[in-house]
Design a binder for this molecule. Structure first.
Ligand code: ADE
Length: 242
């Protein structure tokens, strides 16, 4: 998968995308991530990317031209026959969910636009972006952190990226419930023990214990994920706001 990111702070992306699962996926060529400095698509001497809003008001608004040019540039590199998803990160967008991440993981090419300041010229929203995404009902200082969250959530679902396909399946939002508690060595630490069943070697009992713990945790923490009969109901209708 090819992911292009357009930002005025390209340096934000360097470190997080070098490590762990995503770093490895990039090394192996499963993920190609290119980060573009929006200022490279300005044409004035001072590389201006924002201006005061027409009609007055507080703050600054990001100019349309650099975004139009940047996306044209990214599209120019696209593989024949593919149409990239051009995603504007904004608290006004649809919520990022596991389901949407899975959908995006099937795309060949994503272009992520990261606005800053008070906002972005509406023409970018209307004519350049094909999708708008929010990472939650809170406001952060710009789209960069949101883009990193999207890259992580989507990148790990790209086929071949996770060493063990099973790990994606048992992740909390991919499996029928939240994951229960886990323990590792030592068996006793500062007087704190590990449930006996986990050390019993009885695989049937261990599986049952994990299932029961997952059920309890889901009921305690996210009861809205379960139906009245205790069945999992993570589905598009309830959690994807379209
Ligand atoms: N930019 C600012 N806040 C955001 C959010 N919650 N999601 C996506 N982009 C944002």
């Amino acid at each position: 998968m090819l992911i292009d990111v357009v930002t005025i702070f390209p340096e934000v992306f360097a470190q997080p995308l070098q490590v762990g699962v995503l770093g490895r996926a990039r090394d192996e060529g499963l993920l190609i991530i290119r980060v573009h400095d929006l200022r490279d698509f300005t044409r004035d001497r001072h590389s201006v990317t924002d201006e005061p809003p027409y009609g007055g008001g507080p703050g600054m608004v990001m100019k349309p031209e650099p975004f139009f040019r940047a996306v044209e540039f990214c599209r120019g590199r696209e593989m024949p026959g593919t149409r990239p998803r051009v995603i504007l990160l904004t608290p006004q967008g649809r919520s990022l969910t596991h389901h949407r991440s899975e959908e995006m993981a099937l795309e060949e090419h994503l272009i992520l636009l990261c606005p800053r300041y008070e906002g972005i010229d509406e023409r970018v929203r209307q004519w350049v972006a094909t999708h708008e995404l929010s990472i939650g009902d809170y406001v952060i200082s710009g789209g960069e952190m949101a883009a990193l969250v999207v890259i992580d959530a989507v990148g790990r679902l790209v086929p071949g990226v996770l060493g063990h396909p099973q790990s994606a399946k048992t992740d909390s939002f991919a499996s029928p419930q939240l994951e229960g508690p886990q323990y590792t060595r030592p068996a006793r630490y500062r007087g704190l023990g590990v449930p006996d069943v986990l050390r019993s070697g009885d695989h049937g009992a261990i599986l049952k214990w994990h299932q029961e713990q997952a059920r309890v945790r889901t009921r305690m923490r996210r009861p809205q994920l379960l139906s009245s009969r205790g069945e999992w109901q993570y589905d598009r209708e309830r959690f994807d706001d379209d």
